[in-house]
Design a protein around this ligand. Structure first.
Ligand SMILES: *Cc1c(COP(=O)(O)O)cnc(C)c1O
Length: 234
């Protein structure tokens, strides 16, 4: 897929962005952030989306790939998110580069993010990843433990919990997916909106290319789109 040229990326993006924005306009319940999930997409194509298509938020899910692209990205108005699994020993490489880590799921990782953020005088925004399908193979906090985990983060002065992220099981039916999204939304409301007096700056990162319409219908306010925007990955 490294064969795909910049012009091919541009053609795909120009065709897809209009539909994506129309879908968001139809299904969003409020302000929604469209995050471009940029794994395997070269920096020049990402920059085109930033400069020409109004993309303000991108997400990388591998530290190495983020570091490789970082210098080349047009960063003036760009928010870079980290959306993949994060190893504790790699936090130090991204702490100064990202605005939001979507995948917090252990106290050990929280402690390291807090430590590295303090070193550079930053308060790092994080989302707690929820393992809504109870999948062994995936990261994330179980729904039952979510509230306790979020509460436990209050001891970390250089971390701010802003909301939740979820990746539902891949192979389920539409109905099951909607059920998982609905459950995640309820946890989100219980933990964040109620406690923080409906502070509408809380983030529910939910929905990818194959599921963003359902996710928006279920109350997502941040969708992470890769293939819907950039075309299928190899
Ligand atoms: C790759 C990725 C996405 C985007 O996936 P698509 O199906 O291509 O939209 C979203 N979230 C995470 C965490 C990812 O790794």
């Amino acid at each position: 897929m490294s064969e795909r040229s910049l012009n091919e990326y541009i053609d795909i993006m120009e065709r897809s962005i209009t539909n994506i924005r129309a879908d968001i306009a139809h299904h969003a319940k409020g302000n929604v952030t469209l995050l471009a999930a940029t794994k395997t997409v070269p920096a020049e194509a990402v920059n085109y989306a930033i400069d020409n298509l109004g993309i303000t938020d991108i997400g990388e899910n591998r530290v190495q790939e983020l570091l490789e692209k970082y210098d080349a990205l047009h960063k003036e108005r760009l928010n870079i998110h980290f959306i993949g699994r994060l190893q504790t020993n790699k936090v130090k490489y991204i702490i100064d580069k990202v605005c939001l880590i979507h995948s917090l799921d252990s106290e050990k990782l929280a402690a390291e993010i807090d430590r590295q953020a303090r070193k550079i005088g930053k308060v790092m925004d994080v989302l707690v990843e929820i393992n809504i399908g109870g999948e062994q193979s995936k990261g994330g906090i179980s729904p039952e433990n979510a509230e306790e985990f979020v509460d436990s983060l209050s001891v970390f002065t250089n971390i701010r919990a802003r909301g939740l992220m979820v990746i539902p099981p891949a192979t389920v039916s539409r109905e099951e997916m909607i059920k998982y999204f609905g459950q995640t939304y309820k946890i989100f409301i219980d933990i964040f909106q109620k406690k923080l007096h409906n502070d509408n700056s809380c983030i529910l990162s939910m929905g990818m290319s194959d599921s963003y319409i359902e996710a928006l219908d279920c109350g997502s306010n941040l969708i992470r789109l890769g293939s819907a925007l950039f075309g299928k990955r190899a």
